[in-house]
Design a protein around this ligand. Structure first.
Ligand SMILES: [Zn+2]
Length: 375
């Protein structure tokens, strides 16, 4: 048996793979920071064998609550990802699997390698409705991609949507695979009207360096980008530096930052309650957006989520808080689960790429419904 981490987005450290009945693994830490939780690796020569895996440093991972009721994702073809029975005991994440084929992949969540991202955006770059605006380069020299939809005008609302500040939260990219094609659909009335009434700015993959390196949370410099929004720098957080500067030029009436949450087994939205400018109007906008999304999607709920910040205590280093305060606008973080969602569970695949795409498409309707109340 041979175990390896793919060059693009892979992460695993093999401690001992000499005995299929007792394979010992660790997750690598993000290069320059003490985070680990994301894993993605390939096993070859495993076909027909009942192999037993233990990730031994799961107990010291960044979000230990993430392992409760968690099932590992597996795939033979990198398209169909299914869950396998997993347990968390004594700090070890354990699973057994008899692979039906000689080559099998295991991951924390369906991976979204940067190569797939490049194929996805190659089509967007070619379309007239999507205007490509380069935002400079990352520390690893990758282009940071921004797409604009709709012609700018003073009278129009400016909407910003970004995903994958945290590279291990690949559900953000799967969500974009639903959101962006729908936004470009020529026969879709909501998409047409949105592009007419607003300008939509989208950064589909903020932390491309961290994604390729197989990081959970940080970029090439070891920065957690969602803690860099108060004082981003070109040296430490060029991704946030470039995006925030461009937002200062365009203005912002709506901000949605797409993430995944390790512990909570549901979709939810975190608002920017607790920012200094927060008023009843802000609360109404947030409630309206959540209620609309809940009416549109049975997969969305608002009973579970993060505790709300007390007035004046929001951390302005976090994107949604910084942007909510900076532009006095509706500003939110959307979180999707790594686990099977408690609402509409699907034991075979858990929360999955297809479910992410579906929610991405539906969010377009919720944004459309929010437009009249944004200014
Ligand atoms: Zn996140």
């Amino acid at each position: 048996m041979h175990i390896s981490a793919p060059h693009d987005s892979g992460n695993i450290e093999v401690l001992d793979a000499s005995n299929a009945a007792k394979i010992r693994l660790n997750i690598r830490e993000d290069g320059k920071a003490k985070f680990h939780q994301w894993f993605y690796f390939r096993v070859t020569g495993a076909g027909g064998q009942n192999a037993s895996y233990a990730i031994e440093n799961a107990g010291s991972s960044s979000y230990v609550d993430g392992w409760k009721d968690y099932q590992v994702c597996a795939s033979y073809d990198l398209e169909d990802w299914f869950r396998i029975e997993t347990s968390y005991e004594d700090g070890h994440l354990k699973f057994q699997h008899t692979a039906e084929r000689d080559s099998v992949y295991y991951a924390y969540f369906a991976p979204y390698p940067t190569e797939r991202y490049r194929q996805f955006i190659a089509e967007l770059v070619d379309l007239d409705e999507a205007v490509y605006e380069p935002l400079g380069a990352t520390l690893d020299g990758e282009p940071l991609d921004l797409f604009r939809f709709g012609e700018p005008a003073d009278s129009k609302l400016n909407l910003w949507v970004i995903a994958r500040q945290h590279p291990g939260e690949t559900m953000g990219s799967w969500w974009m695979e639903g959101f962006l094609p729908r936004l470009l659909d020529e026969g879709d009335a909501v998409a047409m009207a949105l592009r007419e009434k607003a300008v939509i700015y989208v950064v589909p993959l903020v932390n491309i360096d961290g994604a390729r390196r197989g990081h959970l949370r940080t970029n090439a410099a070891g920065a957690d980008l969602n803690r860099e929004w108060a004082e981003p720098t070109p040296e430490r957080s060029p991704e946030v530096f470039a995006i925030r500067n461009r937002m200062d030029e365009t203005g912002c009436d709506f901000f949605l930052d797409v993430h995944g949450d390790e512990a909570i087994a549901n979709n939810f939205i975190a608002g920017s309650e607790g920012v200094p400018c927060w008023t009843e109007t802000h609360q109404k906008r947030l409630d309206h957006f959540k209620d609309t999304l809940m009416a549109l999607s049975p997969a969305f709920q608002k009973a579970e989520g993060y505790p709300v910040n007390a007035p004046g205590t929001a951390n302005l280093k976090i994107a949604a808080n910084q942007i909510g305060e900076r532009f006095d606008c509706l500003s939110m973080t959307l979180e999707m689960p790594f686990k099977e969602a408690n609402i509409l569970p699907d034991p075979r695949v858990g929360w999955s790429p297809e479910r992410c795409r579906d929610l991405g498409r539906t969010c377009l309707d919720a944004i459309w419904a929010a437009l009249p109340g944004l200014r």
